[in-house]
Design a protein around this ligand. Structure first.
Ligand SMILES: [Fe+2]
Ligand SMILES: [Fe+2]
Length: 490
């Protein structure tokens, strides 16, 4: 049986204090209460006791918020939820709840719900039952139906409005993107410094590296899409450093999906950032060599996993250095069945962190342009390859989580639409049901006129007839169309 998660009750001093922190906590409670009501009303009839207690919770939380704040306005914009202009934070624990509530509002064309007066349980029951009605009509049509429903059932406590993207929303979006950009470039610079100092035999500043990893973890927990989007820049000149940072970002995001806690994500991120540290002991002419490596050169490259372990051991602060990072450096090319390199007689299976990093590494390496790979593979094809080709030696569960994170068409995939427009995948669809219908940036219209910065559209959007307005026909090579994917993520 489904049970409503109890929402936190506030003390009278918290209530009288009000303010942004209060709104954030109370707003979170409101989402939990909405989610509880949606979940239970989907399973049971309105007169059921579980449903009634969920609705009563909703009445209490919303009335409390409205009384303390003077008014209550619940607004969804893009991937964000606002309560009285305070943006609610999305974190690991409430990700699924947020997304579900967001999608119900979006599908019914509701951008804003104002609670005007004290509410009765019946008001919420009418509203929630409507949100749960099977989707068949366009959001705009559903919005009008809901408005009619409020009138016919004499629900006057609510006022609804369709979604609008205000200047504030755009500001939030661009601020979040700005922070992500800074995190990314700082991470690349610090990684460069560390690797170069190790190459010269010096001991690097580990505190700095730890701060980099912390920055990446924090950013992923607050806004995963912005940072993951930046991995598509893939600067050729800085491949070694951007590769390490990308593998760190993918690993942390993946670890989060697989249920790791924040401290574990720090460990995993550090391990991922250092996975190729052994390459600092291989001559750079070999690392950067264009074309085939001869046998001897290959042997040197293939030694980087255990060279990495040695390098980590020789760090001044090695005692503080997690053993797991050494294991990742050693195992990341071993493959799940231990048929990769280095050959090991003893290892029976590779560690969990190593599997995560191996998946992130395999993806980033194959989608990047490197000295010995002039044509990077399309991200969507790489994912299919990691999933379907057993010789890649990936853990199927990790790859499955990776695909559900990146979507079947990962961020940065260049696609042709059935409208003859060209687009770049911008982010995974917030509704998990639409894994093959991501958010995309239209970068060229049907006549081939290039657009910059491009128009963001949701491929799950329907036209007036209820049909999907746009669908992906195929993935393509952006260079053939003279488009640089990285330009759209800067
Ligand atoms: Fe490697
Ligand atoms: Fe690597």
């Amino acid at each position: 049986m489904s049970v409503v998660r109890p929402t936190q009750r506030f003390t009278s001093s918290q209530l009288s204090a009000g303010g942004e922190a209060f709104v954030r906590d109370a707003g979170r409670n409101l989402i939990l209460a909405l989610h509880g009501a949606l979940k239970n009303l989907q399973l049971y009839p309105p007169e059921n006791a579980v449903v009634q207690s969920a609705i009563a919770d909703l009445v209490r939380v919303s009335d409390e918020l409205r009384l303390v704040e003077g008014d209550l306005e619940f607004r969804v914009a893009g991937e964000f939820i606002f309560v009285n202009s305070t943006r609610l934070r999305l974190d690991f624990d409430n990700y699924a709840t947020f997304t579900r509530v967001l999608n119900h509002f979006r599908e019914s064309g509701v951008g804003e719900l104002k609670v005007l007066t004290r509410t009765e349980p019946r008001d919420w029951t009418v509203f929630i039952s409507f949100l749960l009605k099977p989707v068949g009509d366009s959001p705009a049509a559903r919005f009008e139906m809901l408005r009619g429903r409020f009138q016919s059932t004499h629900v006057t406590a609510f006022e609804i409005a369709p979604p609008v993207e205000s200047e504030d929303d755009q500001k939030h979006r661009s601020e979040s993107k700005e922070v992500a950009k800074q995190t990314y470039s700082k991470s690349v610079a610090a990684t460069k410094e560390v690797m170069n100092s190790m190459r010269m035999g010096q001991s690097p500043n580990l505190k700095k590296v730890k701060r980099v990893v912390q920055g990446i973890v924090d950013q992923i927990l607050s806004d995963e899409a912005s940072l993951v989007g930046l991995t598509t820049i893939r600067d050729y000149d800085d491949y070694t450093f951007t590769h390490s940072v990308n593998v760190c970002i993918f690993s942390v995001a993946l670890g989060r999906r697989l249920g790791l806690a924040r401290v574990q994500l720090y460990d995993l991120g550090l391990a991922a950032l250092f996975h190729d540290i052994g390459k600092s002991r291989v001559p750079s002419e070999i690392i950067n060599k264009a074309g085939q490596l001869d046998e001897n050169e290959w042997r040197m490259v293939a030694a980087h996993p255990w060279m990495g372990v040695l390098a980590l051991f020789q760090l001044k602060e090695a005692t503080e250095f997690p053993y797991r990072a050494m294991r990742v450096a050693y195992e990341h090319h071993m493959k799940r069945d231990v048929t990769g390199y280095p050959r090991s007689m003893r290892t029976q299976s590779i560690g969990f962190y190593s599997r995560i990093v191996a998946c992130a590494d395999g993806f980033d390496a194959a989608t990047s342009r490197r000295s010995y790979q002039s044509v990077p593979m399309n991200p969507a094809d790489v994912l299919a390859e990691l999933r379907d080709n057993p010789r890649r030696g990936q853990d199927p569960i990790v790859v499955k989580a990776f695909i559900s994170m990146l979507g079947i068409y990962p961020v940065g995939t260049f696609v042709v639409l059935d409208t003859f427009e060209l687009a770049i995948v911008h982010s995974v669809n917030p509704d998990a049901a639409f894994i093959s219908r991501p958010m995309v940036l239209i970068v060229s219209d049907d006549l081939g006129n290039v657009k910059h910065p491009g128009d963001l559209v949701n491929l799950a959007d329907r036209d007036a007839a209820g049909q999907f307005a746009r669908s992906i026909i195929k993935t393509a090579d952006p260079e053939r169309y003279g488009i640089r994917v990285g330009d759209y993520f800067l």
